[in-house]
Design a protein around this ligand. Structure first.
Ligand code: AMP
Ligand code: GLY
Length: 360
């Protein structure tokens, strides 16, 4: 079997998926459009998945990796996700009355919000400021949980769940407490868990598998569980119906066996020693108003790969053209110093990356 594979999506995550797929002996060619008649389509971002593109391909006889429209509501409707969890004994933060007077608490908008739909609020003023822009039937309030967060990517394949090793991402723009949420400033995989955390994670993942089967999941696609360790157990903060960006890059850097073989044949993932990690090079001003148009020069390096996201090419030169510009990836015993040293060498007048992040 040697397939033409189309990966939909234009970010660093999709670049990393294309690189992983093109290394596979099962792949004849990575193609860039439907016109090239792909044998397999892998959907990267949530929007096409929530629009039902996976169902569309499958109903046209094209093998597609992507959650069905019905199950994509786990991401596109946080209330649907809450119901799914309640029906299946999966722990999550408690819903609170809209006028709940104690703080902190968490305001969550229903619907796809590109990471801007959640706010932890510490007082009534902050709550009013955030909620006044949202119509009252579009958000809910839940209890604030405090603890370590963990991103677990799973692949639902032929009615069973294949789980990748846990990863962690750095969502905030800087180390400061009130720093804005971003699409992700870095990530690493695996995360070392205590014995009890690993046991509870296994229990949770079994529950998730049982729930998907019980509710009739009939797709091959990725489910991302955003978890938090609280009250000695894992609580689900969110579901996504795709691989995380940048967690995907960190996982793929650490993965030893053939990613496409996992996707096509349900092979169990195997890992290299060391840690896979990625560091986002963003443009100054990100996330609100990133400076665009800087020329970028990326030095050659055998170990570090630089996947492009907010980059434009013109006459053989590269220019910054978005908020998150590059995703630097490596697998190493101690990856973040390697990535930061490399980021320092990249030429880009308004570059910004987090110098503080490390394995924790
Ligand atoms: P979400 O998009 O639901 O994962 O939320 C984005 C971020 O908001 C999470 O990664 C957490 O840092 C934070 N968050 C969401 N829900 C809660 C919660 N119930 N308690 C504490 N923090 C939360
Ligand atoms: N890294 C978080 C996400 O992909 O939603």
């Amino acid at each position: 079997m040697s397939l033409k594979v189309l990966v939909i999506g234009g970010g660093a995550r999709e670049e990393a998926i294309r690189a992983a797929v093109s290394k596979s002996p099962l792949c004849a060619k990575v193609v860039f459009s439907d016109a090239e008649n792909p044998d397999l389509v892998i959907l990267g971002p949530e929007q096409p998945i929530c629009d039902g593109l996976a169902d569309f391909y499958r109903s046209n006889g094209i093998d597609c990796i992507g959650v069905s429209k019905k199950f994509s509501q786990l991401e596109s409707s946080k209330l649907t996700a809450k119901m799914f969890m309640a029906n299946n004994g999966i722990k999550c933060a408690k819903l609170l009355p809209v006028e709940y007077p104690e703080f902190p608490q968490v305001v969550k908008m229903d619907g796809l919000c590109k990471g801007k739909g959640v706010k932890v609020v510490y007082n009534q003023k902050e709550k009013d400021l955030f909620t006044r822009k949202i119509s009252p039937n579009r958000y809910f309030i839940e209890e604030y949980l405090e603890g370590e967060e963990l991103s677990v990517m799973s692949y639902f394949y032929n009615g069973r769940l294949i789980n990748f090793k846990p990863a962690r991402d750095f969502k905030r723009l800087s180390a400061e407490k009130d720093s804005p949420n971003t699409g992700g400033m870095g990530a690493y995989c695996p995360v070392t868990l205590s014995k009890i955390q690993q046991e509870k994670l296994n229990i949770y993942l079994k529950k998730l598998e049982t729930a998907l089967i019980k509710e009739g999941a009939d797709f091959n696609g990725f489910i991302y569980s955003g978890l938090i360790w609280a009250r000695d157990d894992w609580y689900v903060l969110e579901y996504n119906v795709r691989l995380g960006d940048p967690e995907c890059q960190a996982i793929l850097a650490n993965l030893k066996n053939d990613f496409l073989d996992i996707l096509l044949n349900g092979t169990e993932p195997e890992y290299k020693s060391g840690t896979g990690a990625c560091l986002t090079v963003a443009a100054e001003g990100y996330p609100d108003k990133p400076v665009k148009g800087d020329e970028i020069i990326i030095p050659e390096n055998d170990a570090v790969i630089a996947y492009k996201s907010g980059v434009r090419e013109e006459n053989g030169k590269l220019f910054s053209n978005g908020g998150r510009v590059l995703s630097l990836c490596v697998n190493a015993e101690n990856p973040f110093p390697v990535l930061k040293e490399y980021a320092e060498k990249i030429v880009m007048a308004h570059k910004y990356y987090r110098k503080d992040i490390d394995i924790n």
